[in-house]
Design a binder for this molecule. Structure first.
Ligand code: HEM
Ligand SMILES: *[C@@H]1O[C@H](CO)[C@@H](O)[C@H](O)[C@H]1NC(C)=O
Length: 490
């Protein structure tokens, strides 16, 4: 036989075999677009706008469907009903973390974001308690956020009303709040240690959200051949960890068990209490990874939201004026805004909610995984399957929020101007994996935005009508287009 014919026959057999293997696994999983061998549905997914692609699929396959990223099946949940049924009603089963292969290599399942099982439960519970102010010394979290808000305003004053891109200054503030909680004190915005930390963090977020990485993640062997980025990522993580480790040693030397100063002190005390427990999750390794997780999860998310929020306030001066009127009436000029003010500021509260709803920061959430074999709406989903939940489909639901693509604080107000809650408000996700920093983040958003508007009038260089506020989708996060703004002292 002609060698060419033999080759073609062999290839066809391989192809059929692989199709058959995929379709037999597919039989039980929810339906979805037919995957190609090896590359799955990757050609049908726009990696720059995954959320939109998934929303397109849902129109054909319904609210529960399967997409193959390479060989890996991902079950996608689209729309409030399916997302709520999974994350809330079956919270325990859907509480696993499905994590990027690169993150897996860096953290090896330590810490909070990428851990699972008992370690995750123990450290998460402990961190929540600590962030909620149980026994972190004399200074409250709110106190620390207020201090940072005042420093932020001083830093913005230094721009002397000249136009600037606020990205850098706005990323300092949330990073510094975490520093204050973890290391006891904030840093000066020019402190070299602080700038190093911030820079490596920013670089990692850039690498992690690059299209390349999203694609390569489905083909783990490729990661090792990705020029540079993978190594840079690991190098940056190693740098951050060694800095944290150094700080941990300083803390160990000056620890007073009756007087914890910050998160590290609380963790060290917990380690001491659990030292006879062989299976304790409270180890130095987990301490260092948890601290990096708090930085990684708490800096860019909050700063992007504030930066996007200011862009929206520039675009809608009538909204800004109403917020400033409310600040003037409730807070005045002579003291800092505090969290107690929020219940008396329904309009401002609605604006902050609408910012988060509109910008839809993490459209497909972080990936989850099911912790055991389960039956979901008559489909069988095996243990460990990766789950994407479309927060975008919830935050931009047309019935709950008429004209979801329009920025309108009215989405969170009733007829008499009172704040109106919504179960569809899920920018922090829902259920057992819900953002650990939710209350801290909401405190930062409220206090940073109100303190800025108490002290400055915002001015745009171009006519507000010409400002573009459509997100620049990048992999798994929505970021605002870059813009210039002037902070004019009031
Ligand atoms: C506007 C700001 C923020 C947004 C929109 C946000 C959103 C989210 C989302 C959607 C998740 C994934 C939840 C899930 O897997 O279902 C998450 C997880 C997490 N967030 Fe946030 N977050 C913000 C700020 C923060 C801050 C300030 C911190 C710092 C304490 C933080 C710490 C975490 C941690 C540790 C996790 C992992 C939780 C776990 O896996 O158990 N986040 N966040
Ligand atoms: C979604 O579908 C619309 C209309 O069919 C199409 O124009 C668009 O390119 C699709 N988007 C993605 C990201 O697949």
């Amino acid at each position: 036989m002609d060698p060419f014919v033999v080759l073609v026959l062999c290839l066809s057999c391989l192809l059929l075999l692989s199709l058959w293997r995929q379709s037999s696994a597919r039989g039980k999983l929810p339906p979805g677009p037919t995957p190609l061998p090896i590359i799955g549905n990757i050609l049908q997914v726009d990696v720059k706008d995954i959320s939109k692609s998934l929303s397109n699929f849902s129109k054909v396959y319904g609210p529960v469907f399967t997409v193959y990223f390479g060989q890996k099946p991902v079950v996608v949940l689209h729309g409030y009903e399916a997302v709520k049924e999974a994350l809330i009603d079956m919270g325990e089963e859907f509480s696993g973390r499905g994590i990027l292969a690169v993150a897996e290599r860096a953290n090896k399942g330590h810490g909070i974001v990428s851990s699972n099982g008992k370690t995750w439960k123990d450290i998460r519970r402990f961190s929540l308690m600590t962030l909620r102010n149980f026994g972190m010394g004399k200074r409250s979290i709110e106190d620390r956020v207020q201090e940072e808000a005042r420093c932020l305003v001083e830093e913005l004053r230094k721009t002397k009303s000249s136009p600037c891109d606020p990205t850098f200054i706005l990323s300092c503030a949330p990073c510094n709040v975490i520093c204050s909680i973890i290391f006891q004190n904030r840093f000066d915005y020019k402190d070299q240690n602080f700038l190093n930390l911030l820079e490596r963090l920013n670089e990692n977020v850039r690498i992690l959200s690059s299209t390349w990485l999203q694609v390569c993640d489905n083909f783990p062997p490729l990661i090792d051949y990705l020029p540079g980025t993978h190594n840079t990522l690991l190098k940056n993580i190693a740098y951050t960890k060694s800095y944290v480790l150094e700080k941990v040693k300083e803390h160990q030397e000056s620890l007073d068990i009756n007087n914890p100063r910050d998160y590290i002190d609380c963790f060290l005390i917990k380690m001491e209490q659990e030292k006879h427990n062989q299976h304790s999750g409270f180890t130095i390794e987990n301490l260092v990874c948890s601290v990096s997780d708090l930085f990684g999860a708490g800096t860019e998310t909050t700063s992007t939201t504030v930066r996007y929020g200011l862009l929206l306030l520039l675009k809608y001066p009538e909204v800004t004026a109403k917020v400033q009127e409310e600040i003037g009436r409730v807070v005045g000029r002579h003291r800092s805004p505090c969290m107690q003010d929020r219940s008396r500021m329904p309009y401002t509260d609605a604006v902050v909610h609408e910012i988060q709803r509109y910008i839809n920061l993490l459209p497909t959430n972080l990936p989850h995984a099911v912790t055991c074999d389960i039956k979901f709406r008559n489909y069988y989903i095996p243990k460990g399957t990766t789950i994407f939940t479309s927060l975008s489909s919830v935050l931009h639901d047309e019935k709950e929020f008429p004209n979801p693509k329009v920025f309108d604080p009215g989405h969170f107000l009733d007829e008499s101007g009172n704040f109106k809650k919504s179960d569809y408000f899920m920018p922090f996700s829902a259920g057992k994996r819900i953002c650990l920093g939710e209350s801290l983040a909401r405190m930062e958003l409220f206090l940073f935005l109100t303190t800025i508007l108490q002290n400055f009038n915002l001015k745009s260089l171009v006519d507000p009508k010409d400002l573009d506020t459509t997100p620049v989708a990048n992999g798994f996060a929505s970021v605002p287009p870059s813009y210039q703004i002037c902070f004019n002292p009031v």
